[in-house]
Write a protein that binds this ligand. Sequence first.
Ligand code: DQA
Length: 150
Amino acid sequence: MSRVVYVLNGPNLNLLGKREPHIYGHETLADVEADCRKVGQDLGLEIQFHQSNREYEIIDWIHEAREVASGIVINPAAFTHTSVAILDALHACAFPILEVHISNIHKREPFRHHSYVSSVASGVIAGFGTQGYALALQRLARLIGSVPQA
Ligand code: DQA
């Protein structure tokens, strides 16, 4: 039986591929979703992929995941640096959480260096481009025992 994993994306990531491609690359969010589904299938994961520009919607998906999922991969985008509400929702989850950033937030403006989410994440991937999502799913599959430990 596949394990359910939520892949959550925050504000402006719907513009991926069009928005600041020198920072975020040319792949679209649909490309990322397709990649996550392909990798997820190979890892025995059922992917629930979502994006929203609204904080409450992301919180509602975290609450949903809490009931049905084995883990979360989240790119909270700008909410990374502002949202105690998303942090609190993630604290209510008993499974592994992996944080992804397409860009290397530590190389950018100082306000991007702090993440509220990192304190609850099992791991953080930043600066690996959109490939970071697939890497996070591989790690999550290990953490939840969906693939054998190497
Ligand atoms: C981002 C980095 C954030 O600082 C920014 O607000 C984003 C995207 C990333 O994936 O690199 O929207 O999370």
